[in-house]
Design a protein around this ligand. Structure first.
Ligand code: HEC
Length: 412
């Protein structure tokens, strides 16, 4: 199965596509309902139990929506639930995490320069920390702090920073930010699955039995729903952060994540207030702009790449040794150092490139043995790299990469 990496890359692509679409559906409906909720108005003819109504126009028709808090007097005939948007986002996200960061863990999850972990240990830490993170968060919400939403939010922020710092001690920068995203998203879906939905089911059961539902169920769900509202913007940044090497490869990546988190919360606050019909708090946007400048400044801190010497001295794994010993390695090392290292270096020489793009280093034979798979994918079977063939790579050189990679696979 020499083209296994290729097949996995496409499976990863398919799951990513699904994940982006379900996430759009989820966050889209979340934005819609928050704005709807904030825009509700009183009207003289509201039926008993209705809190407000809203008229909307969209796609050639008018909509007349009413909200009943906690529930209408009787169970309606048709009731649409919103839960699969959230569940399918979490499920596809978990699958993507497994494909990219667990199966591809040697490249994307672990950073041997930080911690010497076996892949299974990394995977256990990944899964364990996400589970533990949810349990701690859930405990905090159910404690007395649940009555102090602001204090709770601050504590949650500190928890996120602590997890970011912890992840950065053991995982690659890319995996650190992605795991913060996975932690946040797990809280959000956990809130829907374990709290909001069960409470809503109790209310529905009460309605069906002709009982008046207790208002406390609405209140509990409201706290979690408010958290989800404020987490939407930060989670999108964290999930896209692998496109932001300035953020993930910085030694202060977890600080940057924290500041971007606050930016997201500020921007969300701006829109929440505006949609509630109150004067728009422009100061919240000013804070977000100020935070962005702070993030830019922090990202100029020198990167602590593993030095050339340390990288050469660090032992190759058995798998990496196969690539270093396979026929054609020397040719490929020459090609890669000649065609790629002007950009993919600790100190790039290519005009306009200041950091190794995406943190991919291709300067030494050891770097190259470690990156065998991505070299094969980006510059062997495809011509994705170099961009616009900036360093004039020739077709024969790509063939040499393919032959070497397959020889190593055949030998394994
Ligand atoms: C002109 C500079 C330049 C050269 C030369 C170059 N790259 Fe890149 N490389 C980039 C940039 C820029 C990116 C980031 C692209 C992005 O973020 O979409 C990148 C990204 C990558 C990635 C990460 C892709 C991903 O999706 O994570 C790999 C792997 C890679 N390059 C391999 C190579 C190889 C192998 C060569 C030589 C055959 C090479 N590059 C030559 C600029 C370069």
């Amino acid at each position: 199965m020499q083209d296994f990496p290729l097949i996995w890359d496409w499976i990863g692509f398919a799951i990513r596509w699904l994940h982006v679409i379900t996430a759009m559906a989820w966050i889209g409906s979340s934005f819609y309902f928050i704005a709807l909720d904030l825009g509700l108005r009183k009207a003289p003819d509201l039926p008993a139990g209705a809190q407000g109504e809203e008229w909307q126009v969209h796609g050639g028709g008018f909509y007349h929506i009413r909200k009943y808090n906690v529930a209408p007097a009787a169970m309606p005939e048709h009731l649409i639930w919103f839960k699969w948007e959230s569940y399918s986002t979490w499920l596809s996200g978990a699958a993507l995490l497994m494909v990219v960061y667990w199966l591809g863990g040697d490249l994307f999850l672990l950073d041997p320069a930080k911690a010497d972990l076996a892949l299974w240990q990394g995977v256990a830490l990944s899964a364990g920390s996400l589970t533990l993170g949810w349990l701690i968060y859930d405990r905090l919400c159910k404690s007395r702090l649940g009555n102090h939403p602001t204090a709770l939010m601050i504590l949650l922020f500190i928890l996120l920073l602590a997890m970011g710092y912890g992840y950065d001690q053991i995982f690659s920068g890319r995996a650190t930010l992605l795991h913060l995203g996975a932690f946040t998203a797990t809280i959000m879906t956990g809130n829907v699955f374990f709290i909001i939905m069960p409470n809503q089911r109790i209310v529905v059961a009460d309605l069906q039995a002709g009982r008046t539902p207790d208002a406390k169920y609405g209140k509990i769900a409201k706290l979690r729903s408010t958290h989800n509202n404020y987490l939407t913007l930060p989670v999108v940044f964290l999930m896209l952060s692998n496109h932001a090497p300035l953020a993930f490869s910085s030694p202060y990546n977890w600080v940057i994540a924290g500041l971007v988190f606050l930016m997201g919360v500020s921007i969300r606050h701006f829109f929440n207030t505006k949609h509630a019909g109150k004067p728009a708090p422009h100061w919240a946007l000013a804070i977000a702009a100020f935070l962005l400048i702070a993030v830019m400044w922090i990202s100029t801190a020198p990167l602590n790449y593993e030095s050339l010497e340390a990288s050469e001295a660090r032992a190759l794994s058995t798998q990496e040794q196969l690539f270093a010993q396979a026929e054609g390695f020397e040719t490929v090392a020459d090609i890669t150092m000649g065609r790629c290292s002007m950009c993919h270096a600790r100190e790039p020489a290519f005009d306009g490139i200041h950091r190794a793009p995406r943190g991919v280093l291709l300067e030494t034979p050891a770097d190259i043995a470690r990156a065998a798979k991505v070299i094969y994918l980006q510059a062997g079977v495809t011509n994705a790299m170099p961009p616009a063939n900036a360093s004039f790579m020739e077709a024969e050189e790509r063939l040499a990469i393919i032959r070497w990679y397959r020889a190593a696979q055949a030998g394994s």
